[in-house]
Design a protein around this ligand. Structure first.
Ligand SMILES: *Cc1c(COP(=O)(O)O)cnc(C)c1O
Length: 404
């Protein structure tokens, strides 16, 4: 048995099987590259679903974390700590908003957004108690809690976890007329991903986000953008909403906000909206802790340079050009390519294999990527990737799909 087999077999014994990882056991990583327990190197084309936008072992982020580790790591929000105010101020500024409510994981931030929108509905909009509704999109992915999977349309995520939380209306993604029709006097929010990641990197039709902005404003409904995966540089802008010049009422952020070091998430909004909370009405032991704030402050400093947004835009154009040339081959294995910036969903001819099988072939060629549903591969390399490495990865993808 190889060292890889030993690790995988041991994990199979004692870990719940809620994942089916590719057969690679990572031991270390730097930049866009990971090294396994047998010394083989792999190009990371997933970047922890965008949690690693700034690369593995990013010097600035690791140094910020190390410095904070030696000072103070956790206070709980029972006390103030000296990194908190800066974190809130700088994150609000990046978002062009006023207030921040920090949590840890993405799902907690989505839960926070749901609670905030409902509370705003009752306290500010005047919706009768316990009747608030939130409009969401089909094929969404917002996390794994019981309430969030209650409005998932994916049976894998949803089945066997009922009874489900009521209060959600599901409309087709990208269909503005359906969204408009779903809004009633009880609607407090529209919650969508500006680009659906988990669904296969689905970019909505041109004008959709601007349309959602218009409809929600006209109906006094909050536009909540889940930018946990699409935000913080991935698409070539700080926020994916910017591609349509849209500013929502609330951003939900996570993943890259913690720099791949610690889980950091947040809801960011106006004073009118986040001002609804009084002490004791919501919270988290770890939310906004000193270590999280120190790392996130460095993430924000990196984002303010605009360097990574620019890289994602430039390298993303290149990536999409190359992928489109693959998709342009009549009868070829690539059916469709979607995405923005350094983010792509590649639909392969299902007759040639599942997305999983393509990803296994990629492993054999030294590239780590992840399938989504069916025959789609998702590519989201760290934004620090060099053009040479990106081209190398694209070449391996070309080989993997060519073998059919
Ligand atoms: C990953 C993700 C989440 C959930 O984040 P966790 O940190 O895994 O809880 C929510 N929304 C979107 C769009 C995501 O990509």
């Amino acid at each position: 048995m190889t060292a890889t087999d030993v690790f995988i077999n041991s994990a199979a014994e004692n870990s719940a099987r809620n994942y089916n990882p590719l057969p690679v056991v990572v031991a270390s990583a730097e930049g866009a590259w990971m090294t396994d327990v047998e010394g083989r190197r792999y190009l990371d084309m997933l970047a922890g679903y965008s949690a690693l936008n700034f690369g593995h072992g990013n010097r600035r982020l690791i140094d910020a974390a190390k410095a904070q580790l030696d000072r103070v790591t956790l206070t709980s929000r029972a006390f103030h700590h000296d990194r908190y105010a800066d974190f809130c101020a700088q994150l609000a500024e990046l978002c062009g908003m006023e207030m921040v409510l920090p949590m840890n994981t993405g799902a907690e931030a989505v839960e926070t957004a749901v609670k905030t929108a409902r509370k705003w509905g009752y306290r500010v909009k005047g919706v009768p108690d316990d009747t608030a509704r939130i409009v969401v999109a089909a094929n969404n992915f917002h996390g794994r809690t019981t309430t969030i999977i209650s409005f998932s349309t994916d049976p894998e995520a949803r089945d066997d976890h009922g009874p489900y939380t009521p209060g959600f209306d599901i409309v087709p993604y990208g269909d503005l007329a359906a969204l408009r029709a779903a809004i009633t006097d009880s609607t407090v929010a529209v919650l969508i991903e500006p680009i659906q990641g988990e669904a296969g990197v689905i970019v909505p039709p041109e004008g959709y986000l601007a349309g959602v902005r218009e409809v929600t404003r006209a109906q006094n409904v909050l536009f909540v953008a889940d930018e946990i995966q699409s935000g913080l540089g991935r698409t070539g802008r700080t926020f994916a909403c910017e591609h349509e010049g849209v500013v929502p009422d609330m951003y939900i952020l996570g993943k890259a906000l913690g720099g791949g070091v610690v889980p950091v998430s947040a809801v960011v909004s106006s004073r009118e909206v986040l001002g609804v909370f009084r002490p004791g009405e919501h919270g988290s032991t770890f939310g906004g802790n000193p270590l999280a704030c120190a790392v996130a402050l460095e993430v924000l400093a990196i984002l303010r340079t605009g360097e990574y947004q620019e890289r994602a835009a430039e390298l993303g154009d290149h990536l999409h050009q190359e992928l489109q040339s693959l998709a342009g081959v009549p009868g070829g294995p690539v059916r469709e390519v979607r995405g923005r910036g350094l983010w792509a969903g590649v639909d392969l001819d299902p007759a040639l294999g599942t997305g999983r099988e393509f990803c296994e072939r990629l492993v054999g060629r030294g590239v780590l990527a992840k399938d989504t549903h069916g025959s789609t591969i998702r590519l989201a390399p760290p934004l620090v990737i060099s053009k040479e490495d990106l081209d190398w990865g694209i070449e391996r993808l070309r080989e993997a799909v060519a073998r059919g």
